[in-house]
Design a protein around this ligand. Structure first.
Ligand code: FES
Length: 103
């Protein structure tokens, strides 16, 4: 298990998903209040970036076809997305956002 610092905590603004790159994995990062969440940036339906989607509290809507995912778990919540995306452990330390893509 290896957490990697990807950005400053203030760079993740609620309602404006952020894109982080950890190794060769692109991760979408979200804020709800003081909580941060990280899921695979690539939509499980087709080629689209979830960090470019629209956030509704704990859901993100894919910008391409409107599928929705729970940002806490990565589970698909709205058609045409049916398969989950991976979620990753995320923590804040020393004002930095750390993500573990190996978990
Ligand atoms: S590419 Fe995301 S719902 Fe189709």
């Amino acid at each position: 298990m290896a957490f990697v610092r990807v950005m400053d905590a203030q760079d993740v603004v609620e309602g404006r998903p952020a894109l982080a790159v950890v190794g060769d994995i692109e991760v979408a990062v979200f804020r709800v209040g003081d909580q941060l969440f990280a899921i695979d940036d690539l939509c499980s339906h087709a080629q689209a970036s979830l960090s470019e989607g629209t956030q509704y509290d704990y859901l993100v809507e894919c910008p391409r076809h409107g599928g929705r995912f729970d940002i806490r778990t990565g589970k698909a919540r709205h058609f045409p997305a049916v398969s989950p995306v991976q979620s990753f452990p995320v923590k804040v330390e020393d004002n930095g956002v750390f993500i573990d893509v190996d978990d």
